[in-house]
Design a protein around this ligand. Structure first.
Ligand code: F0G
Length: 380
């Protein structure tokens, strides 16, 4: 039948698997591309803005795209355990796909610096959850070191299968729009996802007669196709970081990264070189947003469009809106912003942001007070 069974099955011709590969899937991918209706009017600009709502993946973030591939290949190669360092979403995905595969997951997370929903997920899926007294970058170094001393497969984005899975988001966007967007905006932490999207766009846009070689600027020798469906069109890739964790803006690693957007609280990105290459090849750029800009955008997207993403995700759309307003992204453009994770992941930050606002009131359980609240809120 037509039952959707996950991105590996859908894009198996573009992924490094064989007919015999046992696929570990939770039905990830195939997420909605939602066209914004109200925010473009509010800013008074003639632009087509779409958000790719990756928060609707099985564990609530884009990490599921990479994890279905990484765990499928780990199992295929005989691995009995996986490990990752994480700011919360990778660990949730690793835990879930390991549970599905029947193997063990070990996750290293920065103590006190991951959103509650993500911590709940790692524990519920049964991952051995190691809270470290250190940040993500410390955890990443430890994971790389321990992998030579214990039989565990690393499923951070340094695992090349992760990016292979994540590139499929670009395929979905191109298929839905019928072409590549002019601009694609993403929040950047380790810079794996921006790299993965570029791989996807490049593979889908290989010109007719293309031959995959190492020097090919479209596929770097990776793609197995001679002429993708898009014949040359690729977006400019724009990466937005949180100001307190913006190594790409500083031009060097950030020692003690800080931001309310804990998902991208990263000072030493693992895919640094690849992301610079993406910026150069695509003609895009990096920029940074303050925590307040990130939170304001998160709330506006929820209030004006009905779309609830986590703080880190709002960096993409927040940066895009700023660059549309200032003209760096010209009118007439088609823009896709990836909303990397679901707003429900981080209820504490959301509630803290809405406290002391008119949306929350405590009243007596009386008809009088309920009616008066309604009339007052409606200005009647
Ligand atoms: N948005 C969210 C919600 C994330 O969880 C991450 C990364 C990013 C954006 C940045 O993506 O690292 O590929 O540039 N989260 C990782 C984790 C670090 O451990 O969950 P990137």
């Amino acid at each position: 039948g037509n039952r959707y069974t996950g991105l590996i099955n859908r894009y198996r011709d573009y992924l490094p698997i064989s007919d015999d590969t046992r696929i570990i899937s939770l039905g990830e991918g195939n997420t909605p591309l939602i066209r914004l209706k109200n925010i473009p009017k509010l800013i008074g600009k003639d632009v087509d803005i779409y958000v790719k709502y990756e928060g609707l993946n099985p564990t609530g973030s884009f990490k599921d795209r990479g994890m279905t591939m990484a765990v499928t290949k780990a199992v295929e190669e005989g691995s009995k355990a996986i490990i990752c360092a994480s700011t919360g979403n990778t660990s949730a995905a690793a835990a879930a796909y390991a549970a599905r595969a029947g193997i063990k997951a070990f996750v290293l997370i920065p103590e006190g610096k991951i959103a509650m929903g993500k911590l709940a997920q790692a524990m519920m899926y049964g991952a051995i959850t190691l809270q470290i007294r250190g940040n993500f970058d410390d955890g990443m170094e430890l994971v790389k070191q321990v992998a030579s001393q214990a039989p565990v497969t690393i499923v951070n984005s340094v695992n090349p299968y992760r990016l292979q899975g994540q590139k499929t988001a670009a395929f979905e966007i191109v298929e839905e729009l019928g072409r590549a967007p002019d601009y694609h905006c993403l929040p950047v932490g380790n810079a794996g996802n921006i790299t993965a999207h570029w791989i996807g766009y490049c593979e889908y846009s290989t010109p007719a007669g293309h031959k995959p070689t190492d020097s090919c600027s479209f596929c770097n020798g990776h793609c197995r196709f001679t002429g993708g469906p898009m014949n040359g069109s690729r977006p400019k890739m724009i990466g937005y970081q949180a100001a307190g964790s913006a190594p790409f803006m500083r031009g060097e690693a950030v020692k003690n990264p800080e931001t309310v957007a804990t998902a991208i609280r990263i000072g030493n990105p693992q895919s640094w070189k690849q992301a610079l290459k993406v910026q150069e090849e695509s003609g895009g750029w990096f920029d940074e947003l303050s925590d307040q800009e990130i939170l304001d955008m998160q709330r506006q997207l929820a209030m004006y469009e009905g779309i609830f993403c986590e703080p880190a995700s709002a960096a993409s759309i927040g940066g895009a809106i700023r660059d549309i307003k200032n003209g760096r992204i010209p009118e007439g453009s088609t823009i896709v912003c990836t909303l990397t994770g679901n707003g429900l992941k981080d209820p504490d930050t959301a509630i803290a942001q809405c406290n002391n606002t008119a949306v929350l009131k405590t009243i007596d359980a009386t008809l009088d007070q309920v009616r008066d609240s309604i009339l007052q809120s409606m200005g009647l």
